[in-house]
Design a protein around this ligand. Structure first.
Ligand SMILES: Nc1nc2c(ncn2[C@@H]2O[C@H](COP(=O)(O)OP(=O)(O)OP(=O)(O)O)[C@@H](O)[C@H]2O)c(=O)[nH]1
Ligand SMILES: [Mg+2]
Length: 329
């Protein structure tokens, strides 16, 4: 990525990645083109953005004239982050959704039991994380819409059955299916520096049935055979302390902080915190609440461990987990 890209541009780029419709993508690309610093170092990227925009506009035309073949699903983001579960058949994806969230997917002791994606909310601390279960991916089949979901996810859970000798190879096939579609599971999310269409998406390797003594050897084999070196989270879903560790790993991977708000002259709202990225600012919080507030914001007062009680701060002030903020417009 060329140097000197502003934080505003980077934010627009992140929105582009998370866009779920062609209309949204077009809007984001237009914004990126407007925000990108115009100099020699960004010429290649500008050209790339323009051709993406052209493609997206053509796509929209086509969508309007002829409805898309194949199914598509849209799950508006909710809560502290959107986490997509993928994996080979029988990996335990639906069981994770069932055990961790309010959703009631079908869980079966035979493969290919899930045919459609399903969202659910996982409560954690005093926030909730959106989990999305998906149908299995094999060497020969992937539902095309899964790619879009993976690319827009905040975190992907690559699920692998820790008790099966076939699971490492089956899971490598999942990785390969994504790779063929320019989607790479990685430790962190980023567009490829040289090829804007390739995207790295933050993922965890979740190994189910970790009460099986062989799970570590199977993970070792997965890595040695070329699997991406993701952080590993073993889980035995029959065991509550183990499930709690998985909840925590999922939440931590999102790298967000919780911020509480109060209206001037009113008591604090400690029930429903907002979540913003770690190192997020007052501006980020305001945008999370409402675009109007973000635009009209004059200053904020903050209570927390890193400020004097009620300290007045500007838009660029960096917030911390647990801060209480009063926005003044
Ligand atoms: N004991 C135990 N059983 C598990 C665990 N994870 C998954 N299972 C079982 O494994 C079987 C398959 O789980 P599912 O969640 O249906 O697997 P899936 O990945 O959704 O499978 P498909 O929808 O076919 O892709 C079910 O019988 C689960 O109860 C685990 O950690 N411990
Ligand atoms: Mg399933």
């Amino acid at each position: 990525m060329p140097a000197n890209l502003t934080p505003q541009y980077q934010k627009a780029e992140q929105q582009y990645r998370r866009a779920q419709t062609t209309e949204e993508r077009i809007k984001c690309l237009e914004q990126m083109l407007q925000l990108i610093p115009k100099h020699k170092g960004t010429e290649k990227l500008q050209a790339e953005l323009k051709s993406r925009l052209k493609e997206a506009r053509a796509e929209l035309q086509q969508e309007r004239s002829a409805p898309k073949r194949g199914r598509s699903y849209r799950f508006p983001r909710q809560g502290a982050g959107q986490v997509v579960l993928i994996g080979a058949p029988n990996a335990g994806k639906s069981r994770i959704l069932r055990d961790l969230s309010n959703a009631e997917p079908k869980v079966a002791d035979f493969p290919f039991s899930t045919h459609e994606p399903m969202p659910g909310m996982m409560p954690y601390k005093d926030v909730a994380v959106q989990l999305i279960d998906t149908p299995p991916i094999t060497e020969t089949h992937i539902e095309p819409y899964i790619i879009g979901m993976v690319r827009a996810a905040d975190t992907v859970l690559l699920c692998m059955n820790g008790a099966s000798d076939d699971a490492p190879d089956e899971t490598l096939a999942v990785v390969e299916q994504l790779h063929k579609r320019k989607t790479i599971l990685a430790a962190d999310t980023a567009f490829d520096e040289d090829d804007f269409s390739t995207l790295r998406v933050r993922a965890l390797l979740v190994v189910t049935r970790a009460s099986d003594p062989g799970w570590q050897d199977r993970v070792e084999y997965f890595f040695e055979a070329g699997g991406p070196r993701l952080n590993v989270v073993p889980v035995e879903l029959d065991d509550e302390p183990s499930r709690e560790k998985l909840r925590q790993a999922i939440y931590d991977s999102l790298d967000v902080i919780r911020v509480y708000t109060k209206k001037p002259g009113k008591p604090p709202d400690y029930d429903a915190p907002f979540t913003i990225p770690r190192d997020g600012t007052v501006q980020d919080l305001a945008e999370e609440i409402h675009r109007d507030i973000a635009e009209r914001l004059k200053y904020a007062r903050v209570w927390g461990r890193h400020v004097h009680d009620g300290q007045s701060v500007g838009r660029e002030h960096v917030l911390h987990d647990g801060d209480l903020v009063e926005l003044h417009v």
